[in-house]
Ligand binder design. Structure first.
Ligand code: CP
Length: 311
């Protein structure tokens, strides 16, 4: 079992033991983040490059914070101000960055498979920060960690994921991770928003949110991804909210200790109402905090932090 040198294209490159190892390491780093000086020299001398070709607040910033907390050097590649604009190819861009001694790339791109494309041109570690609708492994890891921290295990946990499943890389990666860890997953949303072949995802499918949240320990809302939709998936946002919006009444149908989760950014009044998003059982801000700790753990473990003799 070793995460050292592993490219994190999706969560299925990891075993349940490796995911647990990441969770345990994240727990230790979360303690570091509570100290007055929130830094350890674990990755001193390593260089991390973030390549974001799609917008991001949480993922990009938390990778940068995580790398800095570990004392790595961080460079952020900006596509819009780079020589890509002068016609330089993606391959030459990566080779140029590689020549500067990058040890690990974090990439987000709208094209599914872009992290694997990047890997063709580099020996550095590659972490997928979201490729189109395909995968968002670090979101699933931070989500899984948030559930693990709250409930002590993922085994047997009932997790209901509600919303625009079709366009959601978060739903896809979460379903994989939760299956690896032995949780029970329900996808809930309109028929028009279920992916082709959903019967092969190892999840229960429901189109009725009231039925889907019964016995749920976790209710996860998903953002309506209007930028990936070509229209015709539902009549209006109001109708969607009426049928699938997560309200206090919906949360009352879940288990009494159930938590609400959302990867962000949230469309308040569409997939969730403010009273739920800001409630005491909402984990939305905790998820962001855990995003830093779990990404510290991933950077540390993939870059062989355990093997570095300068810790
Ligand atoms: N959850 C998530 O990926 O958020 P960002 O798009 O802000 O990174």
């Amino acid at each position: 079992m070793s995460v050292v040198g592993k490219d994190i294209f999706d969560v299925d490159v990891l075993t349940s033991e490796e995911i647990t190892q990441i969770f345990e390491m994240a727990k230790e780093f979360k303690e570091v983040l509570k100290r007055p000086i929130k830094k350890v020299p674990a990755l001193r001398g390593k260089a991390v490059c973030t390549l974001f070709f799609e917008p991001s607040t949480r993922t990009r910033m938390s990778f940068e914070v995580a790398a800095k907390r570990l004392n790595a050097d961080v460079v952020n590649f900006s596509a819009s101000t780079s020589s890509l604009k002068k016609g330089e190819s993606f391959k030459d861009t990566v080779k140029t960055l590689d020549a500067m001694g990058i040890d690990l790339y974090v990439i987000r791109h709208r094209e599914p498979g872009s992290p694997m494309m990047l890997k063709k041109y580099t020996d550095a570690v590659v972490i997928n920060a979201g490729d189109g609708i395909r995968a968002h492994p670090t979101q699933a890891i931070l989500d899984g960690y948030t559930m693990w921290e709250k409930f002590g295990t993922l085994k047997g946990l009932n997790v209901t994921i509600v919303g625009d499943i079709l366009h959601s890389r978060v739903a896809r990666s979460n379903a994989k991770l939760l299956n690896i860890m032995g949780a029970n997953v329900t996808f809930c949303g309109p028929k028009s928003m279920m992916p082709f072949g959903v019967e092969n995802y190892g999840v229960r499918v429901s189109h009725n949110v009231r039925e889907a949240v019964k016995n749920a320990d976790v209710v996860m809302g998903l953002r309506m991804q209007l930028e990936r939709q070509s229209g015709g998936f539902f009549s209006s946002l109001d109708e969607y909210n009426e049928l699938y919006g997560i309200t206090s009444e919906i949360m009352k149908l879940a288990n009494p200790s159930a938590i609400f989760m959302h990867p962000g950014p949230m469309n308040r009044g569409v997939e969730v109402i403010t009273r739920v998003a800001d409630s005491e059982f909402s984990m939305v801000e905790e998820q962001v905090t855990n995003g830093v700790a779990t990404r510290m753990a991933l950077l540390y473990l993939t870059l062989g932090g355990d093997d570095n003799d300068n810790n």
